[in-house]
Ligand binder design. Structure first.
Ligand SMILES: CSCC[C@H](NC(C)=O)C(=O)O
Ligand SMILES: [Zn+2]
Ligand SMILES: [Zn+2]
Length: 424
């Protein structure tokens, strides 16, 4: 109806979703699921709420195609958001405040409640225009992306439900673009969360001797910093994009002998630890990085050991790097590019997502997955204070998805995309 398709009701539905506090570590998943299912029903979509893990519903909506045997279109989003420091925001992060400039402030406005609602709004428009998809369209609203996706996307990807969906292509989140081009991601860097530990003889704080735990750890930190600088230099010189180098950042340091007043100042401790968030692009050689860690960063010859808190693989089980093709062998990429152009916009150069998204679970199955959040002319504010999205960008994004979904759901290459599944 006119009232449902008007700008103010579109924005108010977005605000309604944003106001549901789904922040980790205790997201209100039930409330979000209830809202999404009722929205799905208003659009006459088939809906189900799946609890792979109790209390963590994943909402799955379906618009059946007229050729339901063709591989389906899978529109993915996560419902959880990261926590926020309320006092540092100009508007409360769950108020979804619309300011006089048209900006909507909320945690999740960019990451990624915008995308989830834009999918729904695009379907609403397609239905209003009497569009009939050839391929079935699935929408998933999944829990727990922000804490690794193990109880959400990972379980879905491994489920029989997912197999039966016969997915041909996956859309998941991307990043905002400060310029007029939209960004699209064909791969992502794999997180390796490394902890290195040094041990050494304790001793008097005044004594110079070799092989103390602190000295051993510092040698590693120096080597790691040199490597970090070499990678960062490639970006600074313009040779590589952010997602194309190995990033290493120290995220904790743990050493010293505690005392009631702080730390004991004249004792060299016998243990010292440091943690690093490392991100490995799919084009890097993971074995050479592993060797570097074992031989230079945590060599047992220097009384060091290491472990991983997380070590996502850069390659599939069959040994292929986890990346979605962007050349002519992947029709979904050019369909996306064309659909964005049809809607009057442009895509930038294909990129590697610098962090991790749930798309990795679907690429791991051999499926083409594209990271795309239609936010142009927008500062990148995911996980930041005062995350916002301008309402005009949000509305434009709906048109973009309308164009993409129409192209994807109408694409008929006579079943060949099903056969090429293994090639990503
Ligand atoms: C390994 S699960 C953590 C996922 C998180 N994703 C984003 C987009 O911030 C990250 O890359 O740290
Ligand atoms: Zn996200
Ligand atoms: Zn996030």
């Amino acid at each position: 109806s006119e009232s449902e398709s008007g700008e103010s009701s579109i924005i108010s539905r977005f605000q309604q979703y944003l106001k549901i506090n789904t922040a980790q570590p205790s997201p209100r998943y039930e409330e979000a699921a209830e809202f999404l299912i009722s929205e799905g029903k208003r659009l006459s979509l088939e809906s189900q709420s799946i609890e792979f893990v109790e209390g963590k519903p994943l909402v799955l909506l379906k618009w059946e195609g007229t050729k339901p045997h063709l591989p389906s279109i899978f529109l993915y989003s996560h419902t959880d958001v990261v926590p926020s420091e309320h006092s540092k925001w100009t508007h409360h992060p769950f108020s979804a405040h619309l300011d006089s400039q048209g900006r909507i402030f909320a945690r999740g406005s960019q990451d990624m409640k915008c995308v989830g609602m834009q999918y729904l709004e695009a379907l609403r428009r397609l239905k209003a225009r009497n569009f009939h998809p050839l391929r079935s369209i699935y929408l998933a609203f999944a829990p727990d992306e922000e804490i690794g996706g193990h109880d959400g996307a990972e379980k879905l990807a491994q489920s029989e439900i997912f197999q039966r969906m016969n997915v041909g292509v996956v859309l998941d989140e991307g990043l905002a673009s400060p310029d007029a081009h939209y960004r699209a991601f064909y791969a992502e860097r794999s997180p390796w969360w490394l902890v290195i530990k040094a041990v050494g003889a304790p001793g008097h704080g005044s004594k110079l001797y070799d092989n103390s735990a602190m000295e051993n750890l510092l040698k590693s930190i120096e080597a790691i910093r040199r490597f970090r600088a070499s990678q960062f230099d490639l970006i600074k010189a313009g040779f590589k994009a952010e997602g194309e180098v190995v990033s290493v950042n120290m995220v904790f340091l743990k050493a010293g002998t505690p005392s009631p007043t702080g730390f004991v100042m004249n004792l060299q401790p016998s243990e010292a630890e440091a943690g690093f968030d490392i991100r490995v692009p799919p084009t890097a050689d993971p074995e050479s990085l592993e060797r570097r860690i074992a031989e230079e960063w945590a060599p047992s010859s220097r009384n060091m050991s290491f472990s991983f808190k997380q070590k996502a693989s850069t390659h599939s089980k069959s040994g292929k790097p986890l990346l979605t093709k962007t050349d002519s062998s992947n029709p979904w990429w050019s369909l996306l590019e064309n659909a964005v152009e049809m809607a009057g916009s442009k895509l930038g150069k294909p990129e590697v997502f610098p962090a991790a998204t749930d798309a990795r679970y679907f690429r791991d199955l051999g499926l083409p997955a594209i990271g795309f959040s239609p936010m142009a002319n927008t500062p990148i504010l995911l996980h930041d204070h005062n995350e916002f999205l301008h309402k005009d960008e949000y509305l434009k994004g709906i048109e973009i998805y309308e164009s993409i979904i129409k192209a994807y759901a109408s694409f008929n290459d006579h079943g060949r995309d099903g056969a090429s599944k293994d090639e990503l």
